[in-house]
Design a protein around this ligand. Structure first.
Ligand SMILES: [Zn+2]
Ligand SMILES: [Zn+2]
Length: 260
């Protein structure tokens, strides 16, 4: 029997902990890149024109708080299920073995990449777009505060797969925060507004298929492609990658700015 009071206490703790951690990181990135680095890091900026204002940041913070609350519900539900022995999570690495631990962790990352891609494409359907995903696209010149700025329905759907995963997939307990941290880091990089990876990345096997800040930034300005968030895999496979991605990634805004 799930104890109601412990659920609510856990929920408040999870929400406060996740929100403080998230906004500490996001504010730090914003101060470094968008304030301190506004001129100093100009050559790494992706968009030529700066369009972020206090109104946009306020909108992003409000929506991020709701999405963080949804994330806290998911985290609390998982911890309650785990405490009552209803998950397949184990802290015992030996009982699973490292090959299985690596396989399930990589599998979770690959699954979350596919889950995001297909839902994201669906949310861009002309009949659906304005009801849910338009919230995220209010941010055109994306910045760290845009990372979790979604409609609550989108926040709930994007994170929903993790609950059945912990119930049915035999999983090493630390894999769960690991996947969450990789997901958050990837999301923050995607919305940084600055490209720090070198142009030669596109010549490195395997790494060239990873998502970059430019890749997702172009999605916010063009809307009709680059739907993946962790890799270019699904966009390449299904022909939705924006044709100017590689040229934009290698050219850098400093070149495009001087060409204007
Ligand atoms: Zn989108
Ligand atoms: Zn985005």
């Amino acid at each position: 029997m799930i104890e109601t009071s412990s659920f609510w206490i856990g929920l408040v703790q999870a929400f406060v902990g996740q929100a403080l951690t998230y906004f500490f990181i996001v504010s730090g990135l914003f101060l470094v890149f968008w304030k301190w680095g506004e001129q100093r890091l100009l050559k790494y900026r992706i968009q030529v024109r700066k369009r972020v204002d206090a109104k946009q940041i306020g909108f992003e913070v409000r929506h991020s708080l709701v999405v963080l609350f949804i994330g806290a519900i998911t985290a609390t539900l998982i911890s309650v299920l785990h405490a009552s022995g209803r998950t397949n999570l184990t802290p015992d690495a030996d009982s699973l073995g490292w090959p299985l631990i690596v396989a399930t962790t990589v599998g979770l990352l690959a699954f979350s990449d596919a889950w995001f891609y297909f839902w994201h494409r669906l949310f861009h359907h002309p009949k659906l777009f304005r009801y849910v995903h338009a919230v995220h696209h209010k941010s055109v010149d994306v910045n760290p505060f845009s990372s979790y700025s979604f409609h609550w329905i989108e926040g709930a759907i994007l994170g929903a797969w993790i609950v059945p995963a912990v119930v049915f997939v035999p999983m090493y307990l630390p894999s769960l925060p690991f996947v969450q941290v990789v997901g958050m880091a990837n999301n923050l990089m995607s919305h940084l507004g600055y490209e720090l990876l070198p142009p030669k990345l596109l010549r490195i096997p395997l790494l060239r298929w990873m998502n970059t800040s430019t890749f997702h930034n172009l999605h916010h300005t063009a809307l009709n492609g680059n739907f993946g968030l962790m890799s270019r895999f699904w966009d390449r496979l299904l022909g939705t990658e924006l044709s100017h991605y590689e040229a934009t990634f290698t050219s850098r805004a400093s070149t495009r700015r001087s060409a204007e």
